[in-house]
Design a protein around this ligand. Sequence first.
Ligand SMILES: [Zn+2]
Length: 197
Amino acid sequence: MGEKYEGRKFRTSFQTKELPEDTRTAEIMEWGTKLHGMGLLPAESGGHAGNMSFRNNKGFVITAGGANKGRLTPRNFVQVLSCNIDTGKVEAEGELEPSSETFIHYLIYRERPDINAIIHVHDSAVTENHEKLGVKTTRKKEPYGTPELAYEVQKAIGHERCIVVKGHGVISMGKSLWEAGRIVLTRHGDAEKLPKE
Ligand SMILES: [Zn+2]
């Protein structure tokens, strides 16, 4: 939120232009339409905020950087094969660049074998009220798309299903996309019920 978008901060090498074939891309499209309609995946400079992914046997499939999540097409999905945070390299298959926050998804899947789907939204109601809602948060603010931010998230996730990235947004983690989506909706509903100051 409010941060200037300057493109992604890693280099992608595409092994093929093949698009992922998995019915879960259709699930992401549905969640995209719903959450975009709720204003949780807003347009920002350089594209649209937020990103979604699911784990598969080759790595994980993630939405393309800046894609309009309200109207995703098959081209907006990228298969991530491997990530090297230290060298800033990502190996992928697809047509478009993966989300600028690919490292965050990579670290969550690496650290949490119980998690198969991640939804990141810009929900200001939850982000600003994380304390009242009892949602764990990252400690230090770091610029988007950096290894530092990914490591801050890694430190905060523990066994949580939902965390707030300080001053930025919400990361929801589930065994399935359905579960991750439900958590986003529940947290948003809880924040809406808070008494207005
Ligand atoms: Zn974000």
